[in-house]
Ligand binder design. Structure first.
Ligand SMILES: Nc1ncnc2c1ncn2[C@@H]1O[C@H](COP(=O)(O)OP(=O)(O)OP(=O)(O)O)[C@@H](O)[C@H]1O
Length: 276
């Protein structure tokens, strides 16, 4: 078993990049308490307890259909866009329950940006894609917008590649570049948290590497929750990992610990590739 773990870690490049031990003291951004979610009669999330801490990358892993996307979409209440969804329990964001009747969901979505599996830029120029959110929030001053666009594109590590063609349609970019434009678009609203739902699954290996490096850098300023099918990716870039199975959190721990010495047999079987 130890050998299998070692191989997983080696494949993940963990020996070179292992993050230092994660202190348990960073403030909570989210605290999920006994969260249950049903799509109609289908019980998709079961008694989820999960803390998410500031300036950390929290990875959500698990086999297809285990509830990863559902969970991440619950964090910004996007899941409510689906008909016939019911929840119980609490998700505290900065100590306030986002399910409270009078919780301002629009405000939540300005604090919590999201990047999806497939790059989904608008059919607009690179500039307009990034300026979209700030404009919605009423910023019209061109100089301020220019500054936001540049800062966001720099933050998404794509400024140098696009600075001479900001008026080009974002669709003309490669998939990997489009995904970084989408990350810049998320950064432009100055979020507190960035949710990423399999952000590299549609990208080639080089673009994947760029997005992974970017996630590492963004951790300095943001708290990141990333859903990934790719265990090596979770091992490479996250501080903590939650392993979901059939709608439950089987194990949640520091990533290094989970990948070297998992607590539960089901985690060990999954990360060593025995199922999923
Ligand atoms: N809109 C929906 N209506 C009904 N059931 C749904 C809906 N979306 C997801 N489900 C079900 O909820 C469960 C969890 O789905 P979810 O998409 O969260 O899983 P996942 O772990 O993200 O899967 P994948 O890795 O394949 O994307 C699955 O059984 C799925 O079929």
């Amino acid at each position: 078993m130890v050998q299998v773990m070692e191989r997983t870690r080696e494949r993940a490049g963990l020996k070179q990049t292992a993050a230092p031990a994660v202190p348990d003291v960073r403030p909570l951004v989210y605290d999920t308490k006994l969260l249950n979610l049903w799509y109609g009669n289908h019980h998709a999330l079961k008694n989820i307890d999960l803390p998410i801490r500031e300036n950390e990358v929290t990875a959500i892993i698990g086999p297809s259909g285990c509830g990863k996307s559902t969970y991440i979409k619950t964090l910004n209440r996007m899941v409510e866009l689906v008909d016939d969804v019911r929840t119980s329990g609490e998700i505290l964001y900065r100590s306030r329950n986002i399910f409270d009747r009078n919780y301002p969901v629009e405000e939540l979505r300005t604090r919590v940006g999201m990047v999806f599996q497939k790059p989904n830029p608008f059919p607009k120029s690179i500039y307009d894609n990034v300026a979209y959110g700030p404009r919605i929030h009423g910023i019209r001053n061109r100089q301020i917008l220019d500054e936001i666009v540049e800062k966001s594109l720099r933050g998404a590590a794509i400024w140098d590649e696009v600075k001479d063609r900001l008026n080009t349609n974002a669709y003309s970019l490669s998939g990997g570049q489009q995904q970084r434009i989408c990350i810049a678009r998320a950064l432009a609203i100055e979020p507190d948290v960035i949710l990423m739902d399999e952000p590299t699954s549609a990208l080639d290996p080089i673009s994947t590497l760029k997005v992974e490096e970017l996630v590492q850098e963004l951790r300095e300023d943001y708290s990141i929750v990333i859903v990934t099918h790719n265990m090596q990716q979770a091992a490479r870039i996250s501080d903590r990992t939650a392993f979901f199975l059939s709608g439950e959190v089987v194990e949640f721990d520091e990533t290094d610990k989970m990948f070297s010495n998992p607590e539960h047999k089901r985690t060990e079987d999954y990360i060593s590739g025995r199922f999923g």
